[in-house]
Design a protein around this ligand. Sequence first.
Ligand code: PEP
Length: 253
Amino acid sequence: MKREIIAGNWKMNCTKAETVELIEKLLPLVGDPGKMEVVICVPFTNIDAARKALRGHKSIALGAQNVHWAPKGAFTGEISAEMLKALKVKYVIIGHSERRQYFGETDQSVNARMKAAVAAGLKVIVCVGETLEEREAGKTREVLLRQTSAAFEGIDKSALKQIVIAYEPVWAIGTGKTATPKEANTAAFVIRKALRKQYGRTPAHAMRVQYGGSMNASNVKELMAMPQIDGGLIGGASLKPAEFAKIVHYTEL
Ligand code: PEP
């Protein structure tokens, strides 16, 4: 039985003080998440404050939203895997569509960041997903196979347990539009197909695939009921403590 994982992507939101305030509201609402793995991915500047606010609480793990591929050097504005490790960060999101869309992230840079992150012992949430244009052109499958294979190129089978994949259709992120459970399930199946080709059936099946894209307390249950979906990556709703806690405890809804 795979452990399900709900992760919040706070994106570029909250000051240090607001981060602490949000975590203080979230902790009692999340309470004991049972078998659910819960992660919040905060901006770099708030990692230390979040770590302190989460200290002593095993219910929520800490994540970042990007990592550079080089260990150090002349890369102005970037953050290395070792820097994140030093702040006790457990997870890092890589290849989010907003990075691909606005900051020139490519399949190759996603792969380079993945390699650096897993080598440093970080856990990775790697995002893949098609744009609306690609979906309408019937290219969803092709895009998912390409992005997944490229992201995992050169990643050893032994590192797979450190990696979670988020299927995030770009047209569903922050738009209020959600993929239907069937669409999400089919996409996760295609992602696993790419993994199966590279690693074989059992390792591909053992990997966790999240759905992301306007997931909320109203649609979480039907999405999580899909056999290929093992969790959620939540943007907007992760900034609302009561909503996020409901998503974590979706089985009780
Ligand atoms: C995301 O940014 O990963 C995301 C899924 O955002 P939202 O839930 O707001 O669509």
